[in-house]
Write a protein that binds this ligand. Structure first.
Ligand code: NAG
Ligand code: NAG
Ligand code: NAG
Ligand code: NAG
Ligand code: NAG
Length: 499
């Protein structure tokens, strides 16, 4: 699917909006904090050609992770100076951008290289391996062009049909930047795509009468309201989420919701009627967000979907389990399961269960150790907020430096660690005595130059610029490597190796 807008930035803004509006963090956004949205630097030359600025996309995710961690930890957000620095960097586009960033350029470069290397044995197979989508677990062939294309074209990769009861497939957004489930709302029931977010606790979709704050519609989405649903009931109770550079507001709606075949009649959720521009792009791939943190975080004061399913007796336990797929594996078996864990998705002997240490309603676990290629980097007393709504891993600056100093790196550019796109390093996190390794392909987020997939790549483990020396925000880069399960009832988190 061809779209013309940078979904990653939009995702950042949307997810952040939810966490910003949480009651525990309710406070006015700092004035002039237009830092949530880094300018989108994809430039359109013609309708069918995009230029991709990988640095801008990377920075958007770094920025979002930092913002999210600031809100989650209650620490100050990045200073305007820090943000300005990000903006400044993002605005610095190379003069030869149009040559360097054509996506077609990547394809042409690979073709040229193949021609040059015809018959050149192992070198040739190395080039071929760029095209490899079999999930070899190594990035020795360089950055996968499939991921670059997905980032550039903002693809939505549909999930296979889920294999277990009470489960929904998870579509992959772009290069594994987020995961979308499809639920049904209203009478007749219609499909809504919602981002699954373990780091917030509200469900919302756009309302039929939704208007963009700047004028116009709220984009090409599916909306809820009385014109499309005979069972729709607007409670008139207002609901709003505000943050520095964007907001959503609307009312609490009540309508029939169906999730993985389970029906929640007259369930309450947010219907957004007024959305700032960050949410209204017609190319946004999701119609709303499903928050699955603790309900004490709910801005709407409503039980989360998993709590509602449990109260209604539709599932045995208020458990949500995630298998997040990796685009590069070429088989989207991603799945969210309510009420239990899908035994086909994990190795039961590897399962560990740990206490949730967050008092606020996030899913946060103690980390025993961080290792690089088996070597302990000696970080103790650290915790990790496990957040499906964050793409990257964001850690305290000194910790992130220590990790990279233990691995082969290209350089530190003053803000980001740059690692070889061909890295085979293994970084692991240990929880309750069980070590979980990150696939080395996941350590490279995007290539620094989209025409050199064997050169430098931005590391997926990024420095937090907001205080705190113990708390990590651990997103999809790690969570793709494990089976992740949360239990609101016992307030515990389970992790297991993938089957
Ligand atoms: C709106 O989205 C649908 C699918 O989600 C797509 O088929 C359609 O082409 C889009 N329309 C516009 C005008 O973008
Ligand atoms: C609409 O919701 C309100 C608030 O929950 C409730 O009092 C009212 O009975 C509902 N109306 C219908 C027609 O379901
Ligand atoms: C949307 O919300 C903003 C911020 O609260 C407000 O200034 C604006 O007037 C609202 N627009 C409409 C149409 O209600
Ligand atoms: C961690 O501590 C051990 C024991 O003191 C030491 O041998 C090892 O080199 C340290 N690792 C790093 C990465 O500093
Ligand atoms: C890619 O980057 C690497 C490392 O900087 C460099 O050695 C190599 O020559 C570059 N290749 C191309 C095709 O630019």
């Amino acid at each position: 699917m061809k779209v013309n807008m940078n979904f990653s930035g939009l995702l950042a803004a949307v997810v952040l909006a939810v966490s910003l509006g949480t009651p525990s963090d309710a406070r006015p956004a700092p004035s002039g904090s237009g830092l949530v949205t880094v300018p989108i630097t994809r430039i359109h030359k013609t309708s069918h050609r995009d230029i991709i600025d990988t640095q801008a996309i990377h920075l958007q995710h770094v920025n979002r992770g930092n913002q999210r961690l600031a809100l989650m930890s209650g620490r100050p957000a990045p200073t305007p100076e820090e943000l300005q620095e990000i903006h400044r960097r993002t605005g610095e586009l190379p003069a030869d951008l149009s040559k360097r960033y054509w996506r077609e350029g990547v394809v042409k470069w690979l073709e040229d290289l193949k021609t040059q290397m015809k018959g050149a044995g192992s070198a040739m197979s190395k080039v071929e391996s760029f095209m490899d989508t079999d999930g070899s677990g190594s990035s020795s062939g360089g950055f996968n062009p499939m991921d670059l294309d997905a980032a550039n074209e903002n693809t939505l990769t549909p999930a296979n049909a889920p294999s277990y009861d009470h489960s929904l497939g998870l579509d992959i957004s772009a290069n594994d930047i987020g995961y979308l489930a499809t639920i049904q709302i209203g009478t007749p029931p219609r499909d809504f795509k919602v981002l699954v977010d373990s780091g917030s606790s509200d469900l919302w979709v756009g309302a039929e009468n939704c208007a963009a704050n700047g004028g116009g519609s709220c984009g090409n989405h599916t909306f809820i309201g009385s014109s499309s649903s005979t069972s729709f009931n607007d409670t008139q109770k207002t609901w709003a989420i505000t943050y520095g550079s964007g907001f959503l507001s609307g009312t609490i709606a009540q309508d029939d919701i169906e999730i993985a075949g389970m029906k929640l009649p007259a369930h309450q959720f947010g219907a957004a009627q007024n959305e700032s521009s960050q949410f209204t792009g017609s190319d946004t791939l999701f119609d709303g967000i499903m928050g699955l943190g603790g309900s004490q975080l709910s801005n709407q004061g409503i039980p989360t979907i998993v709590e509602a399913l449990h109260s209604a007796g539709l599932i045995q336990a208020p458990v949500t389990s995630y298998k997040l797929a990796r685009l590069a594996d070429g088989n989207n078996d991603g799945e969210i399961t309510f009420g239990g864990m899908d035994p086909a998705k994990f190795d039961a002997s590897s399962k560990v269960t740990v206490k949730n240490v967050s008092p606020k309603g996030y899913w946060e676990a103690n980390v025993d150790s961080f290792k690089v290629d088996g070597k302990d980097v000696n970080l103790s007393g650290r915790t990790a907020i496990l957040d499906t709504g964050t793409t990257l891993i964001v850690g305290p600056g000194l910790d992130v430096d220590a990790l990279h100093e233990a691995m082969p790196v290209s350089r530190f550019d003053g803000f980001n660690w740059i690692i070889p796109c061909t890295t085979t390093t293994k970084v692991s996190l240990t929880f309750s005595g069980k070590e979980f390794e990150i696939d080395s392909r996941d350590l490279t987020f995007l290539p620094v130059s989209s025409t050199n997939l064997t050169g430098d790549c931005y590391s997926s483990i990024t420095r937090g610029t907001v205080g705190g020396d113990q708390e990590w925000l651990v997103g999809d880069v790690f969570l793709k490597n494990v089976y992740f399960s949360t239990d609101v009832g016992s307030n515990e988190i389970s992790l297991a190796s993938l089957a």
